[in-house]
Design a protein around this ligand. Structure first.
Ligand code: NAP
Length: 251
């Protein structure tokens, strides 16, 4: 039995992760700013799986103090959080230098500083217990610098992938700590974010299919996974190594 904390659980990937993990027997700690959505999700999950414990709390991940407080409250109230999925994210953005700093800063604060606070809070809990599983939701856009509205978003996703890798490397040198760190690079998975971000929709999969791939990777405790594997596994390798002019056409 695993207790999984998911941030950004009020819609899209986070909400579907909650549904699929509950179906696999996980208890859940769910947070986001829209608590009415979380309450609806809790009711739906408990109706389908009456034995599951589903706790919900309001959390804005840009409020540092709240991130630490809420994570520790969940840990205490649920007798231990085993896994944290750093999922909350924002897709707002504008090309750099055209007056869109507010949108880019909001994305940077949510996706990078917010994720840093979540990793800090999760690792505090895991280090104290000497075990745990940290899952960071990056993006295929992290593979290279991206143009226009995605520039800042892609930079935040590359940043958190490096953050996760740094923690993973440190944990390798600490055999007394049984802490796994997984970085997930989703491709295009249908969610509320796709309605807000300007992006082409080729290779888009439905939420359930996309999240099934994420759940399989998480449950295996992989170091990293591009999801869905097709076409993103080979495409990710191509994106990393091909000239930027070609990458631009592929994405
Ligand atoms: N869908 C894709 O194709 C795709 C691809 C690559 C990576 N991702 C990543 O997957 C993650 C989930 O995104 P999604 O696609 O499922 O989009 P989504 O449907 O828009 O969900 C975003 C979630 O993040 C939460 N969130 C946003 N700002 C927050 C804040 N300041 N504090 C707390 N929660 C906040 C939202 O909840 P509230 O608004 O209720 O707070 C919502 O639950 C993101 O990190 C995204 O970058 C998605």
């Amino acid at each position: 039995m695993t207790t999984t904390l998911i941030t950004g659980a009020s819609s899209g990937i986070g909400a579907e992760l909650a549904r699929q993990l509950a179906a696999r027997g996980h208890d859940l700690a769910l947070c986001a700013r829209r608590t009415e959505r979380l309450e609806e999700l809790r009711a739906e999950i408990v109706a389908a799986h009456p034995d599951r414990i589903v706790a919900v709390k309001a959390l804005d991940v840009t409020d540092d103090d709240a991130v630490f407080r809420v994570f520790h409250e969940f840990d205490t109230e649920l007798s231990g959080v085993d896994r944290v999925v750093v999922n909350a994210g924002l897709g707002k953005g504008a090309p750099i230098g055209v007056g869109g700093y507010a949108a880019n800063k909001a994305t940077a604060m949510t996706n990078f500083i917010g994720a840093l606070a979540q990793c800090e809070a999760a690792m505090e809990i895991f280090r104290a217990r000497k075990r745990g599983h940290l899952v960071v939701i990056s993006s295929m856009s992290a593979m290279r610098g991206m143009p226009k509205t995605v520039t800042t978003y892609a930079a935040t996703k590359a940043g958190i992938a490096h953050l996760a890798e740094g923690i993973r490397v440190e944990m390798r040198g600490k055999p007394d700590l049984d802490i796994t760190v997984s970085t997930i690079y989703p491709g295009y998975i249908r969610s509320e974010m796709n309605e807000k971000v300007e992006q082409r929709t080729k290779f888009m999969v439905d939420t359930e299919t996309g999240v099934r791939g994420i759940v399989e990777a998480i449950e295996k405790g992989v170091e990293s996974a591009r999801v869905p594997a097709w076409p993103w596994k080979p495409l990710g390798t191509a994106m990393r190594h091909l000239p930027l002019g070609i990458v631009r056409k592929l994405t």
